[in-house]
Design a protein around this ligand. Structure first.
Ligand SMILES: Cc1cc2nc3c(=O)[nH]c(=O)nc-3n(C[C@H](O)[C@H](O)[C@H](O)COP(=O)(O)O)c2cc1C
Length: 328
């Protein structure tokens, strides 16, 4: 089971990014962050699709760990919950946030937000079989944000017995445009009795502290900011618990570890795409991120990508180690 208030920080599920190698990296910096799988198609889980196996793989120290499920058919979703629960996890999360056109066309992801009755049937069926935590990760609406509908929807989820709700406060049509509207996180926190996890646009420990202070939400989920800074949970936790933080990170070592683990742990057909995905965000740590990424995008082999960063750091040695210190 997930103890939201104790764990406090959640790694957002991200397709092609929250792979076992990346989760291993986040875990090295913070033992308590709740780690999520990338979204798994309930139909593929139920059908035992072989291509799904690398996405369902777990590291030894992934716990507390949550599998995220994508689907719109209540029976299929419940069957997939049973399969994932039997593999072992602290929680299962239902994706009501993905707004990719091919997903919403199938009545999945954020599209489910448009039909409160259909959503309640999915949750009811999953709740009936889940002994682990059951949660929903949602946007603030499918095509628009209507605060009273959002509240009605969240109260329905609470009534159906979900253990906590994560809100990414943008509606589906916005994708990542405009700022996340954290007022909506506060709206849910003020009106629900179950824990509320806020998510959106956190990129520093100071952002994390501000979001908790401003909304009173129970915990935070961080996505893109954690790919650039896998140590963000450790810094944020220190800042919130003690008022300050300090940490020294060897960026080349961190990058090399994730990339070598990607090569060693994932099947070869995934190496290039996963390495590029991670690099896209991680390169933001460097002054010439754009040039670095341009080079890496033209490379197929992970060893060459590591070499590219190594050569860059030979020319810019002061960028190899990043020192963080903040707070009081
Ligand atoms: C590359 C990428 C893949 C994502 N995949 C998923 C996913 O599989 N499931 C999901 O619920 N959200 C997914 N998201 C959304 C994130 O979980 C998160 O809600 C969003 O990025 C906002 O948080 P952030 O501002 O901290 O990144 C994805 C986001 C990105 C950037």
């Amino acid at each position: 089971m997930i103890d939201v208030n104790k764990q406090k920080f959640f790694l957002a599920p991200m397709a092609e990014i929250t792979t076992p190698p990346f989760r291993k990296c986040v875990r090295k910096f913070d033992p308590d962050t709740v780690l999520y799988s990338e979204m798994l198609s309930a139909a593929a889980v139920k059908g035992g699709a072989m291509h799904n196996e690398p996405f369902m793989m777990k590291n030894e120290n992934d716990e507390p760990f949550v599998y995220q499920l994508l689907g719109g058919d209540p029976e299929v979703m419940a069957d997939a919950c049973v399969i994932l629960q039997d593999r072992g996890c602290s929680g299962i999360d239902i994706n009501m946030g993905c707004s990719a056109p091919d997903i919403v066309k199938k009545f999945q992801g954020s599209r489910i937000l448009s039909d409160i009755k259909a959503a309640s049937e999915i949750v009811e069926k999953c709740r009936a079989v889940c002994r682990c935590s059951l949660s929903v990760k949602m946007r603030s609406g499918f095509e628009e944000t209507d605060e009273s509908y959002l509240l009605e929807f969240a109260k329905m989820l609470q009534g159906e017995g979900v253990d906590y709700i994560t809100l990414h406060p943008r509606h589906g049509k916005l994708s990542f445009r405009r700022n996340a509207d954290w007022r909506l996180v506060k709206l849910l926190k003020d009106n629900l009795s179950i824990p509320v996890v806020g998510n959106g646009d956190i990129i520093t420990a100071e952002d994390a502290k501000r979001c908790i202070d401003d909304t009173g939400c129970d915990a935070l989920m961080i996505g893109r900011g954690a790919v650039t800074s896998p140590w963000i949970f450790a810094l944020s936790r220190k800042l919130i618990e003690t008022g300050n933080y300090s940490l020294e990170v060897d960026l080349l070592k961190t990058y090399t570890d994730v990339m070598r683990d990607t090569a060693n742990m994932l099947p070869e057909n995934l190496h290039k795409s996963r390495a590029h995905r991670f690099s896209f965000y991680f390169m933001k740590n460097f002054t010439f991120a754009h040039d670095l990424m341009k080079k890496i995008r033209n490379l197929d082999r992970i060893e060459f990508m590591i070499e590219t960063l190594g050569e860059y750091l030979d020319r810019n040695p002061h960028e190899r180690v990043k020192i963080f210190a903040g707070g009081r």
